[in-house]
Design a protein around this ligand. Sequence first.
Ligand SMILES: Cc1ncc(COP(=O)(O)O)c(C=O)c1O
Length: 386
Amino acid sequence: MCAARQIPSFDLKRNYARVEDEIREAVERVLSSQCFIMGAEVSEFEREAGAYLEAPHAVAVASGTDALLLALMAAGVGPGDEVITTPFTFFATAGCIDRLGARPVFVDVSPETYNMSMEGTLRAITPRTRAVIPVHIFGQLCCLEEIAPELSRRGIALIEDCAQSFGAHRLYGGRIMRSGAWGRLGCFSFFPTKNLGAYGDAGMVTCRDHSDAERISRLRTHGAASAYVHEETGINSRLDALQAAILRVRLRHVETWIEERREASRRYSLMLAERALLGLAAPPAEEKHGRHTYHQYVVRARDRDRLQRFMSERGIVTRVYYPLALHLQPCFSSAGYKKGDMPVAEMLTDEVLALPMFPEITADEQEFVVSAISDFYSGPGASDHP
Ligand SMILES: Cc1ncc(COP(=O)(O)O)c(C=O)c1O
């Protein structure tokens, strides 16, 4: 059956229509220059994005995955080291640790925010711990004030995975602390569907220290300090000038888009509350002293898989982030984790459902989404739900 109405989980075309003229002009500028790799567009983007994030240094790279890999390399992570992270994230977070021969050590997440437990993180530290990678999941920052001073005292690198949290912040000590500003290194992804998305792969590392910025700049060009002189072995993670030019345009609008996402999230929460659905499909808690950027609006839904199928039959696309916790991924089986080790993350993988979320989603579309949820729970068979 083909539903008459279609509501996508994100809609890049609608977003493009709002900036098309500016993007075409930026692309034309790069084509006219015929400078495609790094160059002025990339350094201007680094300057502008760094200023937005209030980061002392910003180094643009080819993807969010590379940002993590390069940050870990700069922190000296290698074989025999342990890196603490969350099991409830995209694979890249732990994949990069494993790729460097280090061991990902997983710490379960909070059932309120789905972010990694800060107490659990402190408990998981051993003499082998070289770094900690908290992930600001779905656009809400972890409470890093609870661990940052202790990590710094012990010489453990705090590397924030900010792939989903561009523009998020938390108030701390009377100051606005932005995503990426809490640790030694902040890793951003500009994958097209992110809050600040490129039109291809792109990423960035922010850092406090000039020496880290210099090292990462070197590592992203095969470790070359100057042309064809390699101080160490790096990787090829240069950013395309086209992506940088596109990102510079989109950066000018990102505040508006974040506020639109926040507005849409408020509407969802209100609509779910008005229909008394929060006991069946509720979002994680939003912390008071911060700005959640709603990269995703996720609910924990009872009978999630059937709900997802029901919504799909009505033309509503929803997504499951993430269906398998990382400690249970086949490639990490040698680490010895088993089902039951991370009960909260495992429960979330069974229950979370990301509703359609993008800056341009209309209240009418959201009504349609929430009505479908309501119909599902009040329809025949609803009483069978556990
Ligand atoms: C939490 C998290 N970490 C890392 C990444 C990797 O970023 P990229 O896809 O740009 O390599 C992503 C993005 O998909 C992500 O969501």
